[in-house]
Design a protein around this ligand. Structure first.
Ligand code: AMP
Length: 222
């Protein structure tokens, strides 16, 4: 399926499955995936100036300052592959970021809020294992890799536990989410762009709900 120029925002608390669903969506619609968390981690690994600044916040479960994130998103969406459309996974996370997107003239088509029962989130996150190479996220209970150690996609790469996926940090991230990102959902609701998707249940079922919320027909694999 090819869709031209679609711009979708993925909203939701940490652990809601935004990243997983975003990857499915870009694969299906053949549009670009822009994950600010992933881009920041890509700066942290080689220790760039942006990465050093971002890690101070990320490791504490706090949001990275708006000006840092807005700049990397502005640069990223100006690249050629974004002309076909894109999914913004994890951006905007504050109303200031949402306004910055408007200011650069981005017309958002849908803001999809993946909503999950809060008590499930901590377990979902602390069981996550991330591939440092492709960014694919596995889960020890819900979506395990074949041998329990290596990424099934990049076979020889060992999965890691993200530093900010420990319980204490997850709780801080939830507090940040309620204080700063819930107002972003309201921002898009007031513009008639918010699509609330029930994120409880198997990944495939949630993906079907997401497609339908965006106005597509959910069919079994084409
Ligand atoms: P994620 O991979 O989306 O869960 O993001 C991991 C962490 O990166 C978040 O907990 C924040 O500290 C930081 N981060 C990612 N996106 C943003 C954003 N749009 N604004 C501020 N901080 C962000």
């Amino acid at each position: 399926m090819t869709v031209t120029g679609l711009r979708v925002i993925m909203l939701g608390p940490p652990g809601a499955g935004k990243g997983t669903q975003a990857l499915r969506l870009v694969e299906k619609l053949k549009i670009a995936n822009i994950s600010t968390g992933e881009m920041l981690r890509n700066e942290i690994r080689p220790g760039t100036a942006i990465g050093r600044k971002a890690s101070e916040f990320i490791e504490k479960g706090l949001l990275v300052p708006d000006e840092v994130v807005v700049q990397i998103v502005r640069d990223r969406i100006s690249r050629d592959d974004c002309r076909a459309g894109y999914v913004l996974d994890g951006f905007p996370r504050t109303v200031v970021q949402a306004e910055a997107l408007d200011q650069v003239g981005v017309e958002v088509n849908h803001a999809a809020l993946i909503s999950v029962d809060e008590e499930k989130l901590v377990r979902r996150i602390t069981g996550r294992r991330t591939c440092p190479s492709c960014g694919r996220v596995w889960h020890v209970d819900f979506d395990p890799c074949a041998d329990g150690v290596h990424c099934d996609v990049c076979t020889d790469v060992e999965l890691i536990i993200r530093k900010d996926d420990c319980e204490e940090t997850v709780r801080r991230r939830l507090v940040e989410y309620h204080a700063k990102t819930v107002p972003v959902a309201e921002y898009y609701r007031s513009k008639g762009l918010l699509r609330v998707v029930d994120g409880n249940g198997p990944i495939d079922v949630v993906f079907c709900r997401l497609l339908e919320a965006l106005g597509f027909v959910c069919e079994s694999e084409e």
